[in-house]
Design a binder for this molecule. Sequence first.
Ligand SMILES: [Zn+2]
Ligand SMILES: [Zn+2]
Length: 347
Amino acid sequence: MRAAVVRVWGQPLVLDEVDTPHPGPGDVRVRLTVSGVCHSDVHQWKGGWPAERAVMESLGIRILGHEGVGLVDELGPGASRLRLGDRVGVPWMNSWCGACDVCLTGYPQWCPNSRTTSVSVNGTFAEYATVSERAAVPVPATIEDADAAPLMCAGVTAYGAVRRLVSELRIPPGKIVAVVGGAGGLGHYAIQIAKALGYRVAGVDVGPERVQFMARLGAEWALDASEAKDRIRKLGGADASLVFTPKIAGYELALKLTRLVGGVVAVGIPDPAEGPLPVTPSGLISHGTRVIPTSVGVTHEFEELFQLYDRGLVRGHVARRGTLGDLSTILQDMAEAKYVGRAVVSL
Ligand SMILES: [Zn+2]
Ligand SMILES: [Zn+2]
């Protein structure tokens, strides 16, 4: 099969013919039609995430991408839920065990026996990919391939972050939620999702173009980061802040925006070289701040997101379309933050 392969970290991907994978027990193979491009791909491509890089090197994983959509074309031994021809997504979570205490308490994203697409299993910048049928995402016929692809990571991660307001933080609709990085690939979904669920949304990002974009998405307040602290404090503070910006500065701002006993939901992953979060136990305790992590999403979260999509309450913004051969340019442009919205390649 044709695939875009990482030969040297950070160097242009190489279009190559590689062995077509076959599905293992409980897995299916998907003939992909499209793949989204995620900011995580940029980090992985550059070798900038040491843990993921070590796993990729030890397992020989060289194909990035975790926002694939296509048709099931081969069933592995024991696979019985999906059928040949089913249209599914291949997301970041490639499998989880479903039997450990982490899975059984509702957090399969942290399953110690899980596999992740593009880290421990080759990814979706290729004609074919494999995924466990448990983790494959049935995609409704009402959502086109290019719209469905970015939902596989960006959309569902944004949905999962907003869902934490209810499931972990017990912050009801009607409260003020700051979306830090609200014009970005994940944040632009989060603004729409939080609004659809009834929250009052303050979008925060940098520069007039991004601020206007957040206003068009429906943010009640669309704020430049430079004015966010003063404006949101005048409102009494945000009940919660969702941090999509992959910068420590985004977390510093979120901690300042959030009112007493508020929540900070951690989504964006800064470069490890930026160092740790600037919080002290005494600061956390005196403000009562609850910091909650979130990571991608699984089955029921996709279903709930698709329902919002079907009702017209959430829309993606695909800014770039291309083919496998365009991926290197797209990754480089993403690294330089050259455009707003998501990229999708045909396979
Ligand atoms: Zn992603
Ligand atoms: Zn598990």
